[in-house]
Design a protein around this ligand. Structure first.
Ligand code: NAP
Ligand code: HSE
Length: 427
């Protein structure tokens, strides 16, 4: 019989326990498909005593993830601890230095250290596989590096954070407050250990970094992404947007332009009837555009035990079959350094604010917009109790810089109360 592929699993939380369950439940199927057994030889986590919902007695135990990575009976390190630095990075480096390939779901580590780790891997003829790091269960990396390998990719975009999409859709559909839906997302295992990474847009930006690198053959450039989280999106915004035919999504877009590589992650309005507008719960959607294929849309669960473990196992099975692809889809020395575009392309914007309900207030705001060169497409004022009136504008296409000039001029009008909310509308 062909030798088994021996896995060391570092991290037995939501994803790690999910991987152990699949390897145990599907042992026969995996062996048949790979032509060799896929076996776990050793595991690590912080606590040895915690019940993981799956038996672990058959496996060796290491307290130290680096020791796990270094074991002679571990061929592949499956890193599922998380964290950009610390034990995840130390164990990954230890495995790579021994020429072992690493499978990981750790987008934070790769977005920040991917280039150095890929160089380290290639120096030892190893690779890093990270399907689970981007869009959970959706095989987006495989699509880019294999199915679309003959395409020049022109744009990647999508909704890539299950937590944010869950929060935004639940707030809108059930009319539940942010805190309540946040607690639900936590119970479902969607959240990062530091949830500010989710709601701050940083987790999704980590994913966009990796996607853009593989799509455009560029070094991962997290610092080149314009990032805005969902913290300021209110239930009122979700309802007003719906009233005007839009849904609010945390949307990532990366595209090469004449101005450089445009990469942004921000809450945007998308048409309610569009596939992105219809995306509910923790579901993710990734849109890939290539010169030959045109546009393809991938949709699926973006977080949680089963979907993420499924993606990890896709990488493991490739390795068991002897299939390898360079870490970012091409040799690391051939990745080019992207020049960040200084500003996003012009777009219409949704603008919500509260005005003092007195004569001429609306005119003052319209003047401030006009003087900044921002043209109004539509506006709406809702029934309200004086003395404050909630008002919405939809602008014609404008630059973010012009809009920021208008926002900066609002306090001097003396009629805008509180902080206005400005969200890009993506057609
Ligand atoms: P999690 O539930 O918090 O699990 C983390 C695991 O790592 C725990 O078992 C923890 O041990 C272990 N660990 C932490 N520090 C350790 C250390 N110093 N030594 C040994 N073990 C250590 O996290 P998760 O949700 O499974 O996420 C794991 C990775 O997958 C992260 O990179 C995350 O970004 C990524 N990811 C998660 C999802 C998802 O839906 N959850 C989806 C895609 C990607 P204890 O259990 O003993 O504390
Ligand atoms: N916290 C992440 C999310 C997990 O909510 O999408 C999947 O990467």
């Amino acid at each position: 019989m062909t030798a088994p592929l021996r896995l060391g699993i570092a991290g037995l939380g939501t994803v790690g326990a999910g991987v152990v369950k699949i390897v145990r439940r599907q042992a026969g199927m995996l062996q048949t498909r790979a032509g060799r057994p896929v076996a776990i030889t050793a595991v690590t986590a912080r606590s040895r005593d915690k019940d993981r919902g799956v038996p672990l007695g058959d496996y060796g135990w290491e307290d130290d993830p680096v020791a796990l990575a270094s074991r002679d009976d571990v061929d592949i390190l499956v890193e599922l601890m998380g964290g950009a630095d610390g034990p995840a990075k130390a164990a990954t480096e230890a495995a790579l230095d021994l020429g072992k390939t690493v499978v990981t779901a750790n987008k934070a580590m790769l977005a920040l250290h991917g280039q150095a780790l890929a160089e380290r891997a290639e120096a030892q003829n190893a690779t890093i596989r990270f399907e689970a790091a981007v869009a959970g269960g959706i095989p987006v990396m495989k699509s880019l590096t294999e199915g679309l390998a003959g395409n020049q990719i022109t744009r990647v975009m999508g909704v890539m954070n299950g937590t944010c999409n869950y929060i935004l859709t639940r707030m809108g559909d059930a009319g539940l407050p942010y805190d309540e839906v946040f607690a639900e997302a936590n119970a479902l295992g969607y959240l990062e250990a530091d949830p500010t990474l989710d709601v701050g847009g940083i987790d999704a930006a980590h994913k966009l970094t990796l996607l853009a690198s593989v799509a455009f053959g560029t070094t991962p450039d997290f610092t080149g992404i314009e990032i805005e989280g969902i913290e300021r999106v209110s239930i009122d915004d979700i309802r007003h947007a719906a009233d005007m035919g839009f849904a609010i999504k945390l949307l990532g877009v990366a595209q090469p332009t004449a101005r450089g590589l445009e990469q942004r992650m921000s809450p945007c309005l998308v048409p309610l009837a569009s596939p992105l507008g219809q995306l509910d719960g923790a579901t993710n959607m990734v849109v890939l555009e290539g010169d030959a294929v045109g546009q393809i849309v991938l949709r699926g669960a973006g977080a949680g035990e089963g979907p993420t473990a499924s993606a990890v196992m896709g990488d493991v099975m490739d390795l068991a079959r002897g299939l390898t692809v360079p870490t970012f889809g091409q040799p690391v020395s051939s990745l080019t350094q992207p020049k960040p575009a200084q500003a996003a392309a012009p777009a219409p914007y949704y603008l919500r604010m509260t005005l003092s309900d007195k004569p001429g207030a609306m005119a003052k705001v319209a003047t401030a917009l006009g003087e900044a060169g921002v043209s109004i497409d539509r506006m709406r004022q809702y029934q309200h109790e004086a003395p404050e009136a909630p008002v919405l504008f939809v602008t014609h296409k404008t630059t973010r810089a012009a809009l920021d000039d208008a926002l900066a001029a609002f306090p001097a009008t003396g009629v805008v109360t509180g902080d206005p909310v400005a969200l890009r509308i993506e057609s």
